[in-house]
Design a protein around this ligand. Structure first.
Ligand SMILES: Nc1nc2c(c(=O)[nH]1)N[C@H]1C(S)=C(S)[C@@H](COP(=O)(O)O)O[C@H]1N2
Ligand SMILES: [Mo]
Length: 212
C-alpha cells in the first residue's frame, strides 16, 4: 500500500519533470470509470454510426461495416477534469481523417465544429481542427483489446495528449464521448452535455480551462 503510493508519487514527479503533467492534475495508474447515467447495451444488429450536417452526403455504417475501416494506433496521455491523469495509454481506432481520405465523408466548406452524439443523448462538441488531429480517435480498442463496456464499448471518441506535440490542442477527456453513435458537422458551435452544465467550452488542459 505505502509502496504503491510512493511509487505513484515518484512517477508523478517524473511526468512533471518531463512537462507532461498539466497544472492541477495528479497521476493515476488505474483507469477510472466516469460517466453520467447507465452503461448502455450494445446490439450489433441495430447499432449504426452516422455522419450528418455540413457534409456532401450523410453516412450510415453498420457495426460490420465500421469494423472493416482501417484503424490507427496512438499512445495518449489522458487528462480528466476531475484531476486524474493517466499516461502512455495505447488506443486503437479510426481517425476522422481516414473517413475523409476514403471519400466516405466530404465536408462542406461551412463545416467548422463537430458534435459527438452518443447513446442516451450524451453530446460533446469540439472544433473541427481538433477532431481532425491525430490525438482524437474514434476508438474501438484500448490496450490491444476491445473497449470494456464501461469505457464505451463498442465505440468512443477519445482525446488526449501526445507527448512532445505541443502543436496539437488537447482538451480534457470529457470531450470524448463513450458509446458514440454519430458525428454532426456544424457551421456554428453548440455546447455539449457538460458544456451546458457549466464546463469550459475549449477545455484546454494546459490553460486549466475546467469550468466556464
Ligand atoms: N457517453 C458518455 N461519454 C462520456 C461521459 C458521459 O457521461 N457519457 N463522461 C465523460 C467524462 S466526464 C469523462 S472524464 C470520460 C471518462 O472516461 P472513462 O470512464 O473511460 O475514464 O468520459 C467522458 N465521456
Ligand atoms: Mo470527467
Amino acid at each position: 500500500m505505502l509502496d504503491s503510493i510512493l511509487r505513484r508519487k515518484k512517477d508523478e514527479e517524473e511526468k512533471r519533470k518531463e512537462g507532461r503533467l498539466p497544472p492541477g492534475q495528479a497521476l493515476t495508474n488505474r483507469f477510472p470509470v466516469l460517466h453520467y447515467g447507465p452503461v448502455p447495451t450494445f446490439d450489433p444488429k441495430t447499432w449504426d454510426f452516422r455522419v450528418w450536417g455540413e457534409v456532401e452526403q450523410p453516412l450510415r455504417l453498420t457495426w460490420e461495416a465500421f469494423n472493416q475501416l482501417p484503424r490507427s494506433q496512438v499512445t495518449l496521455d489522458l487528462h480528466c477534469v476531475t484531476r486524474w491523469s493517466q499516461f502512455d495509454m495505447l488506443w486503437e481506432g479510426v481517425l476522422v481523417r481516414t473517413l475523409m481520405e476514403l471519400g466516405l465523408v466530404k465536408l462542406k466548406p461551412t463545416a467548422r465544429y463537430v458534435m459527438q452524439h452518443a447513446e442516451n443523448g450524451y453530446t460533446a462538441n469540439l472544433p473541427l481542427e481538433v477532431v481532425l488531429q491525430e490525438n482524437f480517435l474514434l476508438a474501438t480498442h484500448y490496450d490491444g483489446k476491445p473497449l470494456e463496456p464501461e469505457h464505451g464499448y463498442p465505440l468512443r471518441g477519445v482525446v488526449g495528449a501526445i507527448p512532445g506535440r505541443s502543436d496539437l490542442k488537447t482538451p480534457y477527456l470529457w470531450k470524448g464521448a463513450k458509446w458514440l453513435r454519430g458525428l454532426e458537422f456544424m457551421a456554428e458551435d453548440r455546447p455539449g452535455f457538460w458544456e451546458q452544465a457549466g464546463y469550459h467550452n475549449e477545455a484546454d488542459i494546459w490553460k486549466e480551462e475546467r469550468y466556464a
